[in-house]
Design a protein around this ligand. Structure first.
Ligand code: BES
Ligand code: MN
Ligand code: ZN
Length: 487
């Protein structure tokens, strides 16, 4: 989608060329300064009971005399926050998106000043609203025609701030869409090989350097833990490394590591049948790394970023990893696999050791790692873990700024107790209690040489139920975090 800003002066709605005008109202009274024909029409809608000035309310008005756009949608925001504008924007866009609207103008009324964060929020609301998954469903209704959004600003200063926000929102939207699209594809389409091909395609289009290691190369490196998960499947594993170079070679890179299990059956520790289909989303971390690299390539911040993805399937077979097996990780630590369904940590630990070679400024891994995190935090906030106070604070702030929030969970040494094994340096599971934390504690054992954080996106990467589908989270959080490191 194309995003623009336009300065609008008094009476401007009479001349504004757009197929629809979305008026986002903040506050419990009609804000002053609206063009009279528009204000009159909204007043009339309120009088007639078609609209209440209450958060979440919307109204659709057709052919408002004195307003050039033939369609006018009104949406009421809870307050002047970016979060509230995003929600109201989404509600308003939903009213008009099916109507053949190609060009939507958005006017925010009732905020003291239009800010970059407002613009970014509206850009992401618009792009999220028009995405339709079609790759394996050709019968799906065509995506809405909405192709251009003009955000109306009251002054040049507002327009400049809005331009900044729109640029960021547009880049993140592209990244979110890529992440959603790849994660939505079923396991027989989105195999590790196809994920690597999509990464190559994106890297070529965006001018990123990319390297894909195959099974032989992964073996030669000594990633025995990653390979042990891959060994049960006929689909070969792929280890993907992408480079965004926006600064001198001497600048230490930020590194993102994504869990790319393209299907998680649990392996020999087979999962129950119900909802197992959703384990095609178990590459959501990998998808978010690809999406973030895509967004960064567009935004061109002055730093270096490396995106790493360990991709394979977790399947049972005559060659599959078994409970009790001991594998040797790239770090040299041996791991007793007590549950083959705790496979994410087995692939991530080798990827985390691998990235030591880049001498990173910081490493963030992103993984749909534990059902326990779903229980702990639900789908609102991703789980975030880090022994580093600054990194934790930066990620928390990035999540707030991106409206893609996370919440920190602890890493006390006492949580490590359950990972002890009589047969290896570490076991891959502890007891049921604190499952998201003990998974993070397992990863922590492989990060002594790193400034590291872990995001558990098990609940936030996709939605279940009638609206089943990938969310593209946490591309927004990650993009904001990387950008914050450039300043
Ligand atoms: N991919 C799953 C985690 C998951 C489960 C994400 C449900 C979203 C919804 C992961 O590989 C897994 O199976 N984890 C196990 C770990 C357990 C065996 C210690 C889990 O959470 O049950
Ligand atoms: Mn699993
Ligand atoms: Zn998994």
């Amino acid at each position: 989608m194309d995003f623009h800003t336009q300065v609008i002066t008094a009476g401007g709605t009479a001349r504004l060329a757009a197929d629809a005008l979305l008026l986002v109202l903040v506050g419990d009274a009609l804000p002053p300064g609206l063009d009279a024909p528009l204000a009159d029409a909204v007043d009339e809608a309120i009088k007639q009971g078609d609209l209440k000035l209450k958060a979440g309310q919307t109204a659709y008005l057709r052919q408002v005399a004195g307003v050039k756009a033939t369609r006018v949608a009104v949406a009421v925001a809870k307050d002047g926050s970016a979060r509230a504008l995003k929600a109201a924007g989404a509600a308003g866009i939903n009213l008009v998106k099916g109507l053949g609207v190609k060009h939507l103008a958005v006017l925010v009324a009732g905020v003291p000043e239009l800010q970059a964060a407002h613009a970014e929020a509206l850009a992401s609301a618009a792009s999220e609203a028009v995405y339709v998954y079609r790759t394996t469903k050709p019968s799906a209704p065509a995506a809405p025609m909405l192709a251009k959004l003009t955000l109306l600003a009251a002054s040049k200063a507002e327009a400049k701030a809005a331009d900044d926000g729109l640029a960021r929102g547009a880049a993140i939207a592209e990244g979110v869409e890529l992440a959603r699209e790849l994660a939505n594809r079923p396991g027989n389409h989105c195999t590790p090989t196809m994920l690597a091909a999509e990464a190559r395609k994106m890297a070529r289009a965006q001018g990123l350097k990319i390297e894909v290691l195959d099974r032989k190369q992964i073996e030669a490196l000594g990633m025995g833990s990653f390979l042990s998960v891959a060994q049960g499947s006929d689909e070969p594993p792929k280890f993907i490394v992408m480079h965004y170079n926006g600064a001198a070679k001497t600048v230490a890179p930020q590194v993102l590591v994504g869990k790319g299990i393209t299907f998680d059956s649990g392996g020999i520790s087979l999962k129950p049948g119900a909802e197992m289909d959703e384990m095609k989303f178990d590459m959501g971390g990998a998808a978010s790394v690809l999406g973030t690299m895509r967004a960064l390539a567009q935004l061109k911040p002055k730093l270096n970023v490396i995106g790493v993805i360990a991709a394979c399937e977790n399947l049972p077979s005559g060659r599959a990893l078994k409970p009790g097996d001991v594998v040797t990780s790239l770090s040299g630590q041996t791991i007793e696999v007590l549950n083959t369904d705790a496979e994410g940590r087995l692939i991530l630990c080798d990827a985390l050791t691998y990235v030591e070679r880049f001498k990173p400024a910081a490493v963030v891994d992103i993984a749909t790692l534990t059902g326990a995190c779903v229980v702990a935090l639900g789908a609102v906030r991703s789980g975030m873990f880090s022994p580093d106070e600054t990194l934790a604070a930066d990620l928390l702030a990035a999540g707030e700024a991106a409206l893609d929030p996370c919440w920190r969970l602890p890493l006390d040494d006492e949580y490590d107790e359950g990972l002890k094994s009589n047969f290896a340096d570490v076991a891959n599971i502890a007891g049921r209690a604190g499952g998201a934390i003990t998974a993070a504690m397992f990863l922590k054992r492989f990060t002594a040489k790193l400034r590291w954080a872990h995001l558990d996106i098990a609940a936030t990467a996709w939605k279940s139920g009638a609206a089943k589908g990938a969310t593209g989270r946490p591309v927004g959080l990650l993009t904001h975090w990387v950008l914050s490191q450039a300043k």
